[in-house]
Design a protein around this ligand. Structure first.
Ligand SMILES: [Mn+2]
Length: 275
């Protein structure tokens, strides 16, 4: 309808994002709304842990930032973007609905998906927690699997609020966990190899997943492994350009945003509405 997009709008063929953990205070809804309002795409894949456990937890958190993200997602669907929502382990309540093959407000609910890039690369899209068993001895990954993660994020926020007052730089919980927890690097390695192996076994050229909050794009034995990261700390997304080029976007680094700004400090001007 609106033929002339605002100058800030970026067009992609496909966007993949995961682990937004909406419904928790940890979600950077300010950055995510900024991102969703700045992009247009034909295909949008929500690769799990988008909504975080509303059925299971007492401390469901929702504010206007979360409203805004939801509104932008629905706007993209309304504007004609094909949206596929793949439930993860934090939004596994939707997995019970998978047999219904639901499409709600233009958003398709699927267990996994296949995306073919414009140059013919066949990608398997899945959240990835299905492979937790192969890395089950990793405490770092176990942490991501349950409520302890949300609790750790609360502590992280308080801790950083104090650091900010004392003039110290931002301290990243997940970066620390990855460094400190013995075997975390090996666990990430095993996770990546398991996902790439699954893609290869099923005849795909690559896999796009999330779950471990560790953005990555690399070749593993001739298979493309991509993890689109998260919107709690890393604020990353995978995009397919119109020419088929795949790129991991780091929204915070690229836009020089500060993790110190509270998600509730939403003074930033909103980009133009999705049309
Ligand atoms: Mn997960």
């Amino acid at each position: 309808m609106n033929a002339i997009p605002p100058p800030r709008v970026r067009r992609y063929r496909a966007i993949f994002l995961s682990d937004t953990h909406l419904g928790t205070k940890g979600c950077r809804t300010d950055f995510l709304a900024d991102f969703l309002g700045s992009v247009r795409c034909e295909h949008l894949y929500l690769v799990g842990d988008i909504l975080d456990g509303w059925r299971l937890r007492r401390s469901w958190y929702w504010d206007e930032g979360h409203d805004e993200v939801l509104r932008l997602l629905l706007s993209h669907a309304k504007a004609g973007t094909e949206i596929v929502y793949i439930p993860g382990n934090h939004d596994e309540m939707f997995r019970a609905w998978l047999p219904l093959n639901l499409e709600v407000a233009g958003i398709k609910l699927r267990k996994e998906a296949t995306h073919q890039t414009v140059i013919g690369l066949k990608l398997l899209i899945m959240h990835g927690d299905e492979f937790d068993s192969v890395v089950r001895y990793a405490k770092f990954l176990a942490l991501l699997g349950d409520g302890a993660y949300t609790a750790a994020l609360v502590v992280n926020r308080w801790f950083n609020a104090a650091r900010r007052r004392l003039g110290y730089p931002y301290w990243s919980l997940s970066a620390w966990a990855k460094r400190q927890v013995k075997g975390a690097v090996k666990a990430i390695d095993r996770f990546e190899a398991a996902l790439a192996g699954e893609a290869q076994r099923r005849g795909y050229d690559g896999v796009v997943c999330g779950h471990i909050h560790h953005a990555q794009m690399r070749d593993i034995g001739g298979v493309l492994y991509v993890n689109d990261g998260d919107w709690v700390e890393s604020c990353t997304a995978l995009v397919e350009h119109e020419d088929g080029r795949l790129e991991l976007l780091d929204w915070v680094a690229e836009n020089q945003l500060s993790f110190f700004s509270s998600p509730t400090e939403r003074a930033r001007a909103r980009p133009a509405p999705v049309t």
